[in-house]
Design a protein around this ligand. Structure first.
Ligand SMILES: N[C@@H](CCC(=O)N[C@@H](CS)C(=O)NCC(=O)O)C(=O)O
Length: 228
């Protein structure tokens, strides 16, 4: 059984998509980051970065004590290795998928995240910062679009590389991107959107929370964090 510490954000959706796709049994432990639950003692034990998602695998492959993993890229890789699904086992296929997984983790996720911050949430509208992250998101969309020009999925068959990137494209309008400028990306996006497991993952999210994560009250928990 996988216990998933989760909230209804793009990094959370990555993991529910994997769990639904692979039909892995799981239980959700909601961590309401709008209320500061990411600073709870039990959560910090498995997620010292106070960010969702994190997992606890209560039945690891080696039969030993439960294994916890934080960072959504590491979680996807762990689950792919555990289930033998959505990550090729040959060295070429494996690193083709992993390099795109890490591209998402180090590029698309953080840049789109800063885009959300400066475009949607920052109390001051700082032109330079907004342009910086809108442009960088745009550049990354272009990279993904080019990659998808001659293939159905990001790396070989549908894989954890697709599952990592997809939730960060869902808010493309809020990121000030015109999906029609990226026809290959759009085709890929619409195809993944209709996968039954992806539909289920977003339904699961709705059962947990339908409120925006960054409400006025939530700002005190989410913004201005410093070392503790
Ligand atoms: N690199 C991390 C990022 C995780 C992350 O930023 N999670 C956000 C939600 S999408 C969060 O938990 N925020 C809580 C906070 O800012 O305190 C991952 O991919 O797991």
């Amino acid at each position: 059984m996988i216990e998933l510490s989760y909230w209804t954000t793009p990094n959370g959706h990555k993991v529910t998509i994997f769990l639904e796709e692979s039909e892995t049994p799981y239980k959700i432990i909601p961590i309401n980051i709008s209320k500061g639950e990411q600073f709870g003692e039990a959560f910090l034990k498995i997620a010292p970065n106070n960010r969702i998602p994190a997992i606890l695998d209560t039945a690891p492959a080696d039969g030993g004590a439960p294994i916890s993993v934080f960072e959504s890229g590491a979680i996807l890789q762990y689950l792919a290795e555990k289930t033998g699904k959505f990550l090729p086992s040959d060295v070429r296929g494996r690193f083709d998928a992993l390099q795109w997984l890490y591209w998402q983790m180090g590029g698309l996720g953080p840049m789109a995240g800063q885009n959300h911050h400066f475009v949607q949430y920052a109390p001051e509208k700082i032109e330079y910062a907004m342009n910086r992250y809108i442009n960088e998101t745009n550049r990354l969309y272009g990279v993904l679009n080019k990659r998808l020009a001659d293939r159905a999925f990001v790396a070989g068959d549908y894989s954890i590389a697709d599952m990592a990137a997809y939730p960060w494209i869902v808010p493309y309008e809020r990121q000030k991107q015109n999906i029609d400028d990226f026809p290959h990306l759009k085709r890929w996006f619409l195809e993944i959107k209709e996968r039954p497991a992806v539909v289920r993952a977003y339904e699961v999210a709705k059962q947990i929370n339908e409120q925006p994560t960054v409400s006025q009250d939530a700002r005190t928990h989410l913004f201005g964090q410093v070392a503790r």
